[in-house]
Design a protein around this ligand. Structure first.
Ligand code: GLN
Length: 542
């Protein structure tokens, strides 16, 4: 019998519900339970795929090609479980399926209403991962804050579920903020009390209250919360600020979260095994050296836009005992060679992550040229790989104005282009999404990094390396070392005469874990460490 944990938020947003849900996933998994995390987002977009990164942050892609909320990235990194499209549902998707059914006559002339039709559809989707995976525990995070109009149907659905699955199989966690008033030197519990009342008014009594606070929660505040919110004192879990998100599961376990959840779900408690995780955090907190990675992109003002890339760099750092500091470089500010050189001089490695559209592209090309001519480690991801190809075409192959047709559709040398069968199709439906096989050339940097000849990686892009130019690149030393055989597409390029300059058409950042860094991030950071150790940097002129 699958058990269900629901996590709601109160008082304010951005309390780290996603990290809390991911941490709980790890805490339960470390007890030997099979866990699946899931998130419901109350907004009306069908998925975050077409949303501006400044609105939403990164779009996380699953193996099965779903474009999902970035919290799924936390879930995967903490629990080390690959999720699927059933792990993220928006209100938009719920309504879309209902309205489609209505048009097909699926309601047989009945009136279609929020209750029961919308709540039924939400409930069906809550139960879906249990059917698909046979998990022991499904952890469902409800986006937004209790009291929002748009989250009401979701709260109602999770209320109804208790009857459907039985109260012993269902636990509610409410995450709130305890503000600290400096003048009174006091933590204030009133907002939490109000938020719990609001939840109770909707028919849900939380089993566990998780409180986020800047300072440790004193016994008096705990007693007050217990009394007013009707929650056992041992089920009030404090979530104090940590230096790294990866320490949170350790803190929450020490606080008794695992125990409290097992009690609420009537699961016999067993010891958790977080020893390896604790070692990893210890390694993270005690690096032996430091490297600086310049991340060149166009959404650098919102770090969440590159969340998985940043986490993957940190994972590579943990493995190599290096603290990774990120220098956020706005690609649009790199307007010429001199500016670029001045800006990137102090970097031990340069990463150009994914992106869409032409803003900042010339700056990225300058950055790739800088990396190539100065022999600075370079890692190009998706757009970053395309940039590497464009730079090489222009400056080494002397194909003036070589470009991607996404950037310049009249370029004389379309080295990155749509595949013939894609031409003319509209935005949104034509991306290559999800996992594809990639065969690695033997002896390549990629093959040595992975330690195997065939890998699966996740994609999210529309344009591809143009096969018409393969021989030009190969002859000049930009080797095409990863190929998708099924569709004959270039997936990896490597510059032969360079210590580490590699681009991938896929998104390796979606598969990296803190305790198991992605091989390419691991090797990129290793080469950045070597670069920083070595002296003498070349000249940036080509
Ligand atoms: N804009 C490029 C494409 O569509 C790259 C996409 C990406 O970096 N995710 O192919």
């Amino acid at each position: 019998m699958t058990k269900y944990v629901f996590i709601t938020g109160g008082v304010v947003s951005s309390l780290g519900k996603g990290i809390a849900a991911a941490s709980l996933g790890l805490i339960l998994k470390s007890r030997g339970l099979k866990v699946v995390n899931q998130k419901f987002d109350p907004y009306l977009n069908i998925d975050p795929g077409t949303m501006n990164p400044y609105q939403h942050g990164e779009v996380f892609v699953t193996d099965d090609g779903a474009e999902t909320d970035l919290d799924l990235g936390h879930y995967e990194r903490f629990t080390d479980e690959n999720l699927s499209r059933s792990s993220n549902t928006t209100a938009g998707r719920v309504y879309l399926s209902i309205l489609n059914r209505e048009r097909e006559g699926g309601y047989h002339g009945g009136t279609v209403q929020v209750i029961p039709n919308v709540t039924d559809e939400i409930r069906r989707r809550i139960l879906l991962p249990a059917e698909e995976t046979g998990a022991d525990v499904i952890i469902t995070e409800i986006g937004g804050t209790v009291g929002d109009i748009e989250s009401l149907p979701f709260i109602e659905a999770i209320r109804q579920i208790r009857r459907e699955v039985g109260s012993q199989n269902c636990a509610y966690i409410h995450l709130t903020l305890l503000p600290y008033l400096k003048t009174a030197q006091e933590l204030k519990s009133k907002p939490t009390q109000h938020s719990v009342k609001e939840l109770q008014g909707l028919g849900i009594q939380p089993d566990i209250i998780m409180v986020r606070s800047e300072v440790p929660v004193d016994a008096g505040t705990r007693a007050k919360l217990s009394l007013f919110c009707d929650v056992d004192p041992s089920s009030i879990i404090q979530n104090v600020n940590a230096k790294s998100i990866y320490e949170i599961p350790l803190i929450m376990e020490r606080e008794g979260l695992g125990k409290a959840v097992c009690k609420a779900l009537q699961i016999e408690d067993r010891p958790s095994h977080l020893e390896d995780w604790a070692l990893m955090v210890d390694k993270l907190y005690h690096p032996a050296k430091k490297v600086k990675i310049a991340l060149v992109g166009k959404y650098v003002k919102l770090h969440d836009a590159y969340l998985s890339v940043v986490e993957s760099l940190l994972h590579g750092g943990i493995y190599n005992s290096a603290e990774v500091s990120i220098d956020w470089v706005d690609a649009e500010a790199l307007t010429n060679r001199e500016k670029t050189a001045g800006r990137l001089e102090s970097a031990d490695g340069i990463i150009v992550p994914g992106g869409f559209g032409n803003r900042g592209v010339e700056g990225m090309v300058f950055a790739a040229e800088f990396a190539r001519t100065r022999r600075v480690p370079y890692f190009g991801i998706c757009l970053g790989m395309q940039i590497q190809v464009i730079e090489f075409a222009r400056n080494v192959l002397k194909m003036a104005d070589a470009d991607s047709t996404e950037i310049n559709k009249d370029t004389p040398f379309p080295v990155i282009d749509l595949m013939p069968d894609q031409n003319g199709v509209i935005l949104g439906g034509t991306l290559r999404l999800g996992k594809y096989e990639c065969t690695l050339s033997s002896g390549s940097l990629a093959e040595k990094s992975y330690g195997e000849g065939t890998v699966w990686e996740r994609h999210r892009h529309r344009y591809e390396f143009n096969n018409a130019y393969r021989e030009n690149f190969d002859a000049a030393g930009l080797k095409l070392t990863g190929i998708n055989r099924e569709r004959d597409l270039v997936e990896i390029v490597e510059l032969q005469s360079h210590p580490w300059m590699l681009g991938v058409q896929f998104h390796p950042e979606f598969k990296s874990r803190p305790n198991r860094p992605h091989p390419l991030f691991r090797e990129f950071i290793r080469s950045a460490v070597e670069y920083s150790d070595a002296s003498g940097r070349g000249n940036f002129n080509s």
